[in-house]
Design a protein around this ligand. Sequence first.
Ligand SMILES: *[C@@H]1O[C@H](CO)[C@@H](O)[C@H](O)[C@H]1NC(C)=O
Ligand SMILES: *[C@@H]1O[C@H](CO)[C@@H](O)[C@H](O)[C@H]1NC(C)=O
Ligand SMILES: CC(=O)N[C@H]1CO[C@H](CO)[C@@H](O)[C@@H]1O
Length: 846
Amino acid sequence: MRQSLLWPLLLLQTVTVTCDDPRSVNPPHETATNNVIFSTQNTRERLPGSDLVDAALAKLAAIPSQPYQRQRRSSGIFYNALRFVFKAAPSLSMRGPPPQQTQQSASSTPSSSSNGNGKSLPAPLSEAVGLLEEASRQFDHPDAHYLLAQMNFFGNYTHPRNFRTAFDYYLTLADSHGNSSAMYMVGLIYSTGIGGAVEPDQARALLYYTFAALRGHTRAEMTVAARHHAGIGTPRSCDEAVKYYKRVADKAIAWYRSGPPGGMGWVLQPYRIADEMGGLYGQGASAISSGINALRAQPHSDANASIEDILEYLDLMAQKGDFKAALNIGRIYYEGQRGLDRDMYMARKYFVMVASKFWRKDGRTAESVRVGLDKTAGKAAGYLGRIHLRGDGLDEPSYDRARSWFELGIAQADAQSQYYMGLMLSHGYGGGTKNIAKATELFRAAAEQDFAPAQVEMGVLHLDQGQLTDLQAANDYFELAARYGNIESYYYLAEMIHHGVGRDKACAPALSYYKLVAEKADPLVSSWTEANRAYEAGDYELALLEYLGAAEQGYEKAQNNVGYLLDPQQSSLQPSSSLSSSLSGKLLSALATLSSYLSLFSLYGSASSTIKNGLLDNPSLGLIHFTRSSRQSNVDALVKMGDYYLYGIGTEPSIEKAVQCYTGASEYHQSAQALYNLGWMHENGVGLDQDFHLAKRYYDIALSTNEEAYLPVTLSLLKLRIRSAWNTLTNGQINSIQDEPAPARSWSFSEWLDKFTNSEHYHGDDEDLYGDLYDEDGYTDEDGDYVDYDDLEELSFLEPFAIVGLAAAILFLLYYRQQRQQAALRAHDREEEEERARQQQRQQRR
Ligand SMILES: *[C@@H]1O[C@H](CO)[C@@H](O)[C@H](O)[C@H]1NC(C)=O
Ligand SMILES: *[C@@H]1O[C@H](CO)[C@@H](O)[C@H](O)[C@H]1NC(C)=O
Ligand SMILES: CC(=O)N[C@H]1CO[C@H](CO)[C@@H](O)[C@@H]1O
């Protein structure tokens, strides 16, 4: 508690200091500051200058607040293939275009011009800005400060961004009005130094964040918690982190319970952009989409690209009378997902479709129904009752209809019906009498069917008993529900551990449960929705600003997204996800995997592959966020960190740190890309001793970790063998590849191609050698879809030629590139030699 007294004092100090600052905008408030800052913000009488603000708002109403419209991505195999070819060509050639050219094209969009040029504003905007500036200058009106700050920071109403101006407005509002939203933004700007407004200063950032948090600003509370958790600008402290995370979690649970019966419903927004493309290194090369992860369907892949296809397919099945498909489609509409808003009308339509197959209008059940229809209809009834009980998408809830649906559902032993009927009975919804005993019975029945919300109810009932065995039972129920990511169960577990009720008191597990609760309530606590919308609309700068906030709040996924957006080496060879379903898509993605593995060798020593400009040109901020993401156990981010240290992107080059990152990623997390990189470093003597034998070992482990690395590893091994043989022949100094018990045969490219197109034959031939590449009678592709060999055999006559052509083109480009690089190196050497000669001459003359 002493600490919370300390902070206000500290802030008071900075407030007085900053008010003495000559660039402070409004000197009249120096005296008022100390009184205002601790007063509550409840003065709702009309402030002087409000007329000006209202007039400005009226003018702004004509301009859309967001600078973009929602738009759709165009897709189609041909388009994507073209895109791929065009992207592949320049990134494999020597260097990108000079930065000036791209700068011009990018700044033509209004949102990306960050040089505040007030003169060219359109008429209504400049008038509104004029009015607001007057209200801000003359009357020190908080709304005017805030609006101007937001317009300068986010670029609302097509206002050009100017972070320095935004910072000044936020600072004024924070210091003179004690406005916690402004304090939070000042903290964010100090922390990230975004747009060059200020020098990053973590101590001040924490100060402003903490002060906003003490005033109850939710995002600030979560940010402060994350900082104490990760030790940013302060020593790591579990107790402090728990204190703030608990506050956010309390709010999150209150918000969740403020929803209709059964709790608030929302579509989770946090996701990693890179995951949509198979990870930071692309399909097959990233840990997220390879090795053990490759077999698992990725939860978010193709989320938008194919949801329409899925719905269309399910709809077709439903029309043909497949009641399970109809139930699933209803569920999809009811739950919604990222890219698909919840649609209660459609959901109801499909649920009714299922239910009406089983129950006739007169209430009797249909005769001679297909097997399984009774259970499926029971589930549909559960959903229909739930919709009526909660009033989802309806004008108002209808308890009677809900009850009759639940009764139908319970007759089919539907868990959802049992749970919601239990809720009705225990809360007395719809005027019925409360019947706790009956409700408990229903909850127990639903919990036995592994229905998570019912398990939570059972846990709560046991928790209320308070005996030791009951507490144990409660804990078990909560843990069962936690397997389904139930937010309430996380909260109860956190509380039990935090207070030492029924479990040992411990800080770290309580912290992680509170963090889960806080992060789950993303619409309440974060800007994920805005960030995703901006990203999907292609406004990457705005997306970056919004993701930054979430990243500061400790969302690993947001940290990863910030790193991704700022990454100058963004893998640009990603075939769009819609391609990966077709065979030619698979070939393209195999080539993309190849190229991302080879990227280390093809990029080393040359300029970065894509040129970022404006806000996105900030590799050191990107490195910071990859570091934070990797601290939260993201393997690909750890490998990325290694790359940054190796090339010196956003930091001083440090081979040792790069090796540390790669070793960490390969030892603990088995990243094939990291192993491959280590092999490459040994092969070329970059940062590590040149040692062909060790290089081969690393390549081999990379392949055994991750079968997707087959093509790049095979090609690299081929090259390595030639180099090694040459080294042995010429009696070189380097440790050559030594004989191992069972030397793997290296395939020539044509052989490999032959095998690839004749997989069955290939499978039978070398079962021992390559048996672990494929399982019994097929293999699963990147999406986890099962691919049969028959599909592969359908490879049309022309496609082998296409692969050969593409592969040859890529090989040629790589070769060409290397030649150019060597030429450049030679030229460099020559220059150096000449320089040395000149120096010698000069010395001799002296
Ligand atoms: C900060 O000021 C702005 C503008 O007056 C207001 O909209 C916002 O609600 C204030 N924030 C808090 C937490 O009072
Ligand atoms: C400005 O835009 C940002 C980002 O979209 C948004 O969060 C904020 O609410 C907007 N402010 C105003 C005043 O419209
Ligand atoms: C960016 C994009 O294509 N979004 C679409 C995702 O799918 C939903 C539902 O069909 C569309 O409404 C979005 O426009």
